[in-house]
Design a protein around this ligand. Structure first.
Ligand SMILES: Cc1cc2nc3c(=O)[nH]c(=O)nc-3n(C[C@H](O)[C@H](O)[C@H](O)COP(=O)(O)OP(=O)(O)OC[C@H]3O[C@@H](n4cnc5c(N)ncnc54)[C@H](O)[C@@H]3O)c2cc1C
Length: 381
């Protein structure tokens, strides 16, 4: 494939764009993937929880089916990326424990557990004693918690590297640049990179995360309804024997906190949630609050080595669900707005977009997540 043309051009090489490029190439399409590789993607900061149950929100049940469909694919997806990319992904079936901080928290967890059970999800309540038996490093006196055996994790940095390698091995061409789609009349004709190089392609997929609404699209095209939601995570290190075995989540006096233990003793602590535009500078107060709350749930963290603070931009959407599908202009496809579940949703998004591009048919699974749902909301008031 010459750089000047391809079958599919993907704008944005985070986890979503890299996986889409890989899946499209596996279908025999000539693919080019454009990303400046400047390290600003949210995948660098993300904890990598694969957590349909413990991320369940009462108002987000449509998203649950997509989350579950993606989780069901994860084991095979990660194994295939590892095999074909030749790099590990850090996928771990470790389960998740959500701890209650006080009696009110415990009651809220019981409600959530009843809701989850009604939706057919597996989880069970734990007494304080069962909690400590499962995770002896937890703070004494926590009144109980919830075990979600099927909420697992992957290391997004490792996954991203494996996906990029698998994509390269499948023939995906990479261009290190920013890019914007180019249109001719009412259809896409390719993209233009930062230095003005044109790449012609009948299909362009926008997978630029939080930046997807800032690609200089002509006024006639509805930009995806995506905004940046800043989040900070910390990376700490404990001896493996002292670290938790499960992902540990909780709410300390109203502030959510999580600890995601990797196999090598790294623990990702997160996360803040801030409406701060594209500001990716770390905020001292967020670091303080995360350390304070994490240590009150898991006291041994006070002895951990502080390795890193990282700040990323979740691609938020008006209903917290992704925008996947045709963008209203022939050949233009959106795959963005994955908000706090983009790592989880990577397999299902990549499969759905590859099918759409290869066959022209919108897979049923993504029908509730078409970008046009927001246009309709505006039109009908
Ligand atoms: C603190 C935090 C914790 C999170 N935890 C989890 C979690 O536990 N589980 C989970 O499932 N998700 C989590 N997420 C969400 C997840 O990281 C995102 O939903 C996911 O990374 C979105 O993937 P993406 O590829 O769309 O965007 P990104 O990962 O942000 O990648 C976008 C890419 O587009 C590129 N780009 C931007 N503009 C252009 C342009 N003009 N041209 C070309 N390329 C461009 C960028 O360089 C970047 O590489 C978390 C996010 C944050 C911030």
């Amino acid at each position: 494939m010459a750089t000047g043309s391809c079958d599919v051009a993907v704008v944005g090489g985070g986890v979503i764009g890299s996986a889409i490029a890989w899946r499209c190439a596996q279908r025999g399409l000539a693919v080019c993937l454009v990303d400046p590789d400047d390290g600003r993607g949210a995948w660098r900061t993300a904890a990598g929880m694969l957590a349909p149950v413990t991320e369940l929100h009462y108002t987000e049940t449509p998203l649950l089916s997509l989350n579950l469909a993606s989780l069901a694919r994860y084991r095979d997806f990660a194994a295939e990326a590892q095999d074909l990319g030749g790099l590990p992904t850090g996928y771990r079936e470790c389960g998740t424990v959500t701890v209650a901080w006080d009696g009110a928290d415990l009651a809220a967890l019981q409600d959530l557990q009843a809701f989850a059970t009604g939706l057919g999800l597996r989880s069970r309540m734990l007494t304080g004693r069962e909690l400590r038996a499962l995770e002896p490093g937890l703070a004494a006196g926590l009144p109980g918690g919830l075990l979600a055996e099927d909420d697992h994790q992957v290391d997004p940095r490792l996954l991203h590297a494996a996906l990029r390698a698998a994509a390269a091995n499948a023939g995906v061409e990479r261009i290190r640049s920013t890019a914007r789609p180019a249109l001719s009349g009412d259809r896409v004709r390719g993209l233009v990179t930062a230095d003005g190089t044109a790449v012609s392609a009948p299909v362009v997929v926008i997978a630029a995360g939080a930046w997807s609404a800032h690609l200089d699209l002509p006024e006639t095209v509805a930009s995806p309804r995506v905004r940046p939601v800043k989040g900070q995570t910390l990376r700490l290190r404990l001896p493996v024997a002292s670290a938790p075995e499960h992902v540990v989540r909780g709410t300390v006096k109203g502030s959510p906190i999580y600890l995601v233990p990797r196999a090598d003793g790294e623990i990702v602590v997160g996360a803040s949630s801030e409406e701060a535009g594209f500001d990716q500078r770390p905020r001292a107060g967020a670091v303080y609050e995360l350390l304070r709350d994490a240590q009150s749930v898991f006291p041994e963290l006070g002895e951990a080595v502080f390795a890193e603070v990282s700040t990323g931009l979740r691609p938020g959407s008006p209903d917290n669900a992704p925008l996947i599908g045709p963008a209203g202009v022939e050949g233009l496809v959106y795959a963005c707005g994955h908000y706090r579940n983009g790592v989880l949703l990577t397999p299902v998004t990549a499969d759905a977009v590859a099918e759409l591009v290869a066959t022209g048919t919108v897979p049923e699974l993504i029908a509730p997540f078409l970008p046009a749902r927001f246009d309709e909301a505006v039109a009908t008031g």
